[in-house]
Write a protein that binds this ligand. Structure first.
Ligand SMILES: [Zn+2]
Ligand SMILES: [Zn+2]
Length: 259
C-alpha cells in the first residue's frame, strides 16, 4: 500500500520568492523500520502463511445452500501474519522519524503556489511506494512592493514642491536603490516604469518591470509664514497654474447653467 502524502506550509520572504531560495524544512513522517526493512517481522524471522485460510485471506462460511466468503478472522485478510513482531516497530513496519528535507524554491514562485516533492511523503506499508510531500508557499508581504505576476509596484511619496519643480529621488528596487528623475510638473498618480526590475518568470522566460507610482503629498500643519507664501503664490498664479482644475470648475459651471 502506498504511503500518505504530506503537506507543509513554508513561509518565505518577498525577495526569496523573486530570486529563489533553498530551505531546510523539518518533517515528521513514518519511514520504513530500519530493523525489519518495513516487513514488521523480527529480523531473522519471516511472516508465516496463515493456516486458517491457507494464505487466501478469506474463508468460506456455508449456511444452508449458500457459501459466503468472509475475511479470515486470524490474519484479518492479509493471508499471512507475523509470528514474532519486530521489537523496534512492534510489528508496524514503520517508525515515526523527524527528517530535515532540503526544498529548492525556484525563482519567480508566487504566494499560494504548491511544490511537489516526489517520494518525500510517508513510507508505504510493507515496502509499498512512498507518498509525496506537498509544500505550500506563503510569501510574506514586502514593506514597499506589491506584486502582479512578474511586475512589482511601489508608491513613492513626494512633496508638491518636488512635483512642481522636478527632482531626483532614490527609489527602492529588489536589489537596492536606484535614482529616478521626476520631471517638473509631475502629477499625482503618475507611474514610472523601471524596465526589467521586476521578477523573472518561473519558466525562465522574461522578466517583469517595476512600476513606481508617484503620490504627491499635500502639506499639512503650515506656519503663518508658509500660509502667507501660498496665498501669495495663488494670487500670482491665477488659473493658469492649474489648467486641469480650472477646466473642471468651468465644466461644473457650464453644467448648472444649462439646467
Ligand atoms: Zn488467514
Ligand atoms: Zn521493524
Amino acid at each position: 500500500m502506498r504511503g500518505s502524502d504530506l503537506r507543509y506550509s513554508l513561509e518565505i520572504s518577498f525577495s526569496e520568492a523573486a530570486f529563489g531560495v533553498q530551505k531546510s524544512v523539518s518533517i515528521d513522517r513514518e519511514e520504513a523500520c530500519g530493523s525489519c526493512k518495513g516487513e514488521g517481522a523480527e529480523p531473522g524471522t519471516s511472516r508465516k502463511t496463515c493456516a486458517t485460510c491457507r494464505g487466501a485471506g478469506q474463508v468460506m462460511a456455508s449456511s444452508g445452500f449458500f457459501s459466503i466468503a468472509r475475511t479470515c478472522p486470524r490474519c484479518h485478510g492479509e493471508g499471512s501474519f507475523i509470528e514474532r513482531p519486530c521489537a523496534t516497530c512492534r510489528g508496524a513496519g514503520r517508525t515515526a522519524v523527524t527528517r530535515k528535507i532540503d526544498v529548492k524554491i525556484p525563482a519567480g514562485v508566487d504566494n499560494g503556489m504548491r511544490l511537489r516533492l516526489n517520494g518525500e511523503g510517508e513510507a508505504g506499508l510493507r515496502g509499498g511506494p512512498r507518498g509525496d510531500l506537498y509544500v505550500d508557499v506563503e510569501v510574506t508581504p514586502h514593506e514597499f512592493f506589491t506584486r502582479e505576476g512578474g511586475n512589482i509596484l511601489c508608491e513613492a511619496p513626494i512633496s508638491f514642491v518636488q512635483a512642481s519643480l522636478g527632482c531626483e529621488m532614490d527609489v527602492p528596487t529588489l536589489t537596492g536603490t536606484t535614482a529616478l528623475k521626476i520631471p517638473a510638473g509631475t502629477q499625482n498618480g503618475k507611474v514610472f516604469k523601471l524596465k526589467g526590475k521586476g521578477i523573472a518568470s518561473l519558466n525562465g522566460k522574461g522578466i517583469g518591470d517595476e512600476e513606481v507610482r508617484i503620490v504627491v503629498e499635500t502639506p499639512a500643519h503650515l506656519s503663518e509664514r508658509q500660509k502667507e507664501l501660498l496665498k501669495e503664490f495663488a494670487a500670482l498664479s491665477g488659473e493658469k497654474v492649474n489648467p486641469v482644475s480650472a477646466s473642471f470648475l468651468q465644466k461644473v459651471k457650464d453644467l448648472f447653467l444649462k439646467d
